[in-house]
Design a protein around this ligand. Structure first.
Ligand code: SF4
Length: 383
């Protein structure tokens, strides 16, 4: 059977015994010892540093301590992270299964499995609808690609070097996982998936400041991939919501109001019924057929930028070592409301690190799981 978007399996709305496919827990990191990472991982005594950890330390050393030293993770994962992880998982499968006639079906099975409570949990159902529609729309937009897939979910490791002496750090190795590497017009590009709330000029301008990608490109070059730029694959998130319909009371109140405005004193208004799953998916499909909801942006890397990054990375590792040696983890309160939302550790910091707050709101979760998950186990050893 074809897996074209026009010929999809029925919506499985209710709680069905589908196996839960485990996802990576997002892009976070810890000081880990590579023996933790998985069988494919080389053994060494250096701690792994990822872009997330590095960036966290740069933005707020105390936040770094919470996440990467004490391994605290909020029990509730933010919606945008969780949705983004599901979409990344779906895209990973979409590209890994390229050539499989049923790949969209398999991707949708994966989406179904991420939301096993969608029959009873309104939040899960909403995310399930939107994830499904986004990936069905994506499959319709890109049934074939103008690039060749070279790697998917590529894990890499590399030395962090002192830019003055060239000697490697004795404490850290850099590690990360790229969404993909593709060959386009005969050259290699990093493929980076992004889900966005809007794709405007401002958003596209910001892609130039994407330090993570520059860092990944630098290390992938070290392990034999001559990356020349980044291909951003941006997927727009919809704000559409499934219509709930109106209760009998709401309907009667609305009808009475309309009738009062009519000379006849009557109204022909019909009760608005809840939108069915099929109706909502059809409305979402129409939305995802719009040309502007998927965007590809190709950006070339600046060599100067890559050189500067090495200095930055080294400098941050030195500041980290200093903080660790002195046991001083500064609170950067100017970062508490970055990106217009409160830091996930705000209640803990506000409580002056009350252990009850910690135990109620956070759980212990080893960071760095994104490097150990599932199929992305083709870790490349460079040290
Ligand atoms: S709440 Fe503020 S000070 Fe505390 S970890 Fe977050 S950013 Fe740092």
């Amino acid at each position: 059977m074809s897996d074209s978007p026009a010929n999809l399996p029925e919506l499985r709305t209710f709680d069905e015994p589908v196996p839960l496919v485990r996802l990576g827990q997002g892009d976070y990191t810890r000081d880990i010892y590579p023996a933790d990472v998985g069988a494919a991982e080389p053994r060494c005594t250096k701690a792994v540093l990822t872009y997330s950890a590095l960036n966290t330390f740069r933005n707020c050393p105390r936040k770094y301590k919470h996440r990467y030293v004490d391994h605290l993770q909020p029990r509730e994962k933010p919606e945008n992270l969780s949705f983004g992880s599901v979409i990344h998982g779906g895209l990973e499968r979409w590209y890994r299964l390229s050539g499989d006639a049923n790949r969209l079906w398999k991707v949708l099975d994966f989406i179904d499995a991420q939301f096993p409570l969608r029959g009873s949990d309104a939040v899960q159902k909403d995310r399930w609808h939107r994830a499904r529609a986004m990936l069905v729309g994506y499959a319709a937009r890109y049934p074939a690609e103008n690039f060749e897939i070279v790697e998917i979910e590529k894990v890499f490791h590399g030395e962090i070097r002192n830019p003055d002496t060239g000697r490697p750090s004795q404490t850290f190795v850099m590690s990360g996982k790229a969404d993909g590497i593709v060959r386009l017009d005969g050259e290699l590009y990093l493929l980076e998936h992004k889900t966005a709330g809007s794709i405007d000029a401002n958003y596209l301008d910001k892609l130039w400041t994407d330090t993570q990608i520059a860092l990944y490109s630098y290390y992938l070059r070290q392990v034999g991939y001559p990356i020349v730029g980044v291909l951003y694959n941006v997927l727009l998130k919809t704000r559409l919501k499934q219509r709930e319909g109106e209760s009998q009371e709401e309907y009667e109140a609305r009808r009475a109001e309309l009738a009062a405005k009519n000379k006849s004193g009557k109204s022909t208004a019909q009760r608005q019924l809840p939108e069915t799953d099929e109706e909502f998916q059809a409305r979402l499909a129409e939305w995802y057929a719009k040309p502007e909801v998927f965007h590809r942006e190709r950006i070339y890397l600046s060599e100067d930028r890559l050189a500067m990054l090495q200095e930055e990375v080294w400098e941050i590792t030195q500041q980290y070592l200093d903080a660790r040696r002195r046991g001083k983890w500064l609170l950067n309160t100017s970062n508490c409301f970055a990106y217009d939302r409160p830091c996930e550790y705000l209640p803990y910091c506000q409580s002056n690190f009350n252990p009850n707050v910690r135990d109620n709101l956070f759980e212990i979760a080893p960071p760095h799981e994104e490097l150990a998950v599932g199929a992305a186990s083709d870790a490349e050893t460079t040290f």
